[in-house]
Design a protein. Structure first.
Length: 206
């Protein structure tokens, strides 16, 4: 792709770094920004910079937040004895949209994947184990995607916490094997939460 402007080429190359954005799509987006009033582009750029510089991760659940403790963890009406373990913020958003779950979350920040160089120490697992050790958690719900990496992560965490007598469950397999949680519809997600099964039963099929 030939560019008449080095500035345009640089902007397109940077935009093309985003997931799912190829060079042609990046060019279309950059040209769209050029057509907008300068103030609009400045607001767009400012919002991205402000987010990158000021975003926080909740000290309780590792969810993305504007403050030290996210709105979910700070909500006194949530059931603090039930923790739903998810991969990332997109899964929290998907589950919250169901309106079903009233407990708290724990965001791992990924899944164990040796092929990608991701091990347990790179995820927020130790802080989850500490919560269970404290005795304040009565049930841990595994809500990772139904993939090999998700199942491996679930099983690893299960082995770390089973000695503390906490109830462990997994969302029902209304989510197809191999599917990512964030792409499931809200009704399916809600039913999977309501009809969750003991985790020990789920690993028999692994």
């Amino acid at each position: 792709m030939e560019f008449s402007s080095k500035l345009l080429e640089r902007a397109v190359n940077e935009m093309a770094q985003l997931p799912g954005i190829g060079k042609r799509t990046a060019l279309r987006l950059v040209l769209h920004l050029l057509k907008q009033p300068k103030e609009q582009t400045e607001l767009f750029a400012s919002a991205l910079l402000k987010m990158r510089e000021e975003i926080k991760f909740c000290r309780e659940c590792h969810n993305i937040s504007d403050v030290d403790v996210c709105e979910i963890c700070a909500n006194p009406s949530r059931d603090t004895s039930v923790v739903c373990v998810v991969e990332d913020i997109r899964d929290v958003m998907a589950l919250e949209n169901t309106g079903i779950f009233k407990g708290l979350y724990h965001v791992l920040g990924g899944k164990i994947s040796p092929i990608d160089g991701v091990g347990p120490s790179q995820l927020n697992i130790n802080s989850l184990v500490d919560k269970v050790k404290s005795g304040r958690v009565k049930e841990v719900i595994f809500a990772l995607s139904s993939t090999m990496e998700g199942d491996t992560t679930n099983f690893y965490i299960y082995k770390q916490i089973k000695e503390y007598g906490v109830t462990t469950s997994a969302i029902a397999r209304g989510i197809a094997i191999g599917d990512e949680l964030e792409y499931a519809d809200e009704v399916t997600l809600g039913r999977s939460l309501l009809h969750r099964i003991p985790f020990e039963n789920s690993i028999k099929n692994m």
